[in-house]
Design a protein around this ligand. Sequence first.
Ligand code: ADP
Ligand code: ADP
Length: 230
Amino acid sequence: TSMIKMKKVFKVYKNGVTALNGVDVNIEQGDFVYVVGPSGAGKTSFVKMMYREEVPSKGEVYINGVELGTLKKKDVPFLRRDIGVIFQDFKLLQRKSVYENVAFALEVIEENPKKIRRRVMNVLDQVGLKHKARFIPAQLSGGEQQRVAIARAIVNNPKVVIADEPTGNLDPETSWGIMRTFEDINSSGTTVIMATHSKDIVDKMKKRVIAMENGQIVRDEQQGEYGYEA
Ligand code: ADP
Ligand code: ADP
């Protein structure tokens, strides 16, 4: 079934820049999709449509069958619960522990404390950081910090995980580890969408590749390649 669908989506920012210029796409439940293309092509704008960080100037975005334009403001938090988002710069709370950074996402929906503890330790285990639950972000490497961000993104069992250049600040070896973690998440049925400039990784993984240029999808291949110089 369709997890994310866009119909003729346009995005024109206030400054007049057209970031998305008629995007049609269908992403199925369980897909793993790389979004590639030059800087400024519209990748970030494209993924922002999926978690309603930006809204289209024209066209329609459907998540799990729901057209986002019909959502009321009070419904947006419910949508976001089904979608985990991961950024290049991790966006962790610097004064909070690893545990608290992950628990925070659950606590807002008033789960009971015992369930919270079990679930948080489970996801920290899944990303290999159970033993660092009490650390703060500054005590972790970049790769470890990104794992915390991944744990936070998946703690609510989202249907979709969206990552915008998650390995952009990491060395190649660490990036591979992060990529394996995304593969794990995907193999349990979660849809994964990742904007990336990591040519080596995209070329070796043989996943679906959507290439964007000038706000349009110019290529969409099931076992695709990066297709640009690194
Ligand atoms: P990419 O992620 O491929 O680099 P973006 O979606 O970030 O592409 O940007 C596409 C175009 O839209 C670029 O020209 C960028 O400068 C512009 N843009 C992105 N966000 C904004 C914004 N909030 N306001 C105005 N222009 C923006
Ligand atoms: P990316 O790494 O995806 O290319 P940028 O570093 O270009 O992202 O942009 C960082 C943030 O600034 C994003 O939230 C983007 O939407 C916003 N942005 C990008 N270009 C512009 C712009 N020309 N005017 C306003 N905001 C922008």
